[in-house]
Design a protein around this ligand. Structure first.
Ligand code: HEC
Length: 117
């Protein structure tokens, strides 16, 4: 990095630190799904609120995330093993993509979710 760029980065950092916290309405907002997810899954699954799946047979990502017994690990493992997929889901994900999806989907859990072993 050039000195100039470093200075700019430092300024940007201190500006961010001065900003007041976001209003409460923004803090509750879900993170956006990784960009490739809408393209790869969004044709059938509802990947974002309001969770109305284009394909009624495909559970919304929220419904999947709130299923009992599911964890980021089990979901990631399932996504890495394409042999488990419903036949209609005809694609392969890289391990990184599977992890990213699992990480995102877990954020869709409702507050009252309880892990059942
Ligand atoms: C062509 C349509 C289609 C696409 C694209 C698709 N799915 Fe699905 N998916 C389905 C359907 C239909 C089901 C439900 C099958 C069933 O219940 O038998 C399903 C089920 C699932 C399930 C639940 C499995 C279970 O335990 O019941 C997960 C998790 C899932 N999909 C993840 C994904 C992810 C992640 C993507 C994108 C990378 C994706 N799907 C893309 C159609 C699709």
């Amino acid at each position: 990095m050039t000195r100039h760029a470093l200075a700019l980065a430092l300024i940007a950092g201190s500006l961010a630190a001065c900003q007041t916290t976001a209003p409460a309405s923004q803090q509750a907002v879900q993170p956006d799904p990784p960009a490739f997810v809408e393209a790869a899954c969004g044709g059938c699954h509802a990947v974002e609120p309001p969770f109305l799946s284009p394909n009624p047979g495909a559970p919304s990502f929220e419904a999947i995330a709130n299923r009992e017994g599911l964890s980021e690990d089990t979901l990631g493992a399932w996504l890495k093993d394409a042999h488990n997929y419903p036949e209609i889901m005809d694609f392969d994900l890289s391990a990184e993509q599977a992890d990213e999806i699992a990480e995102y989907m877990i954020t869709l859990r409702r507050g009252d979710y309880r892990q059942v072993k």
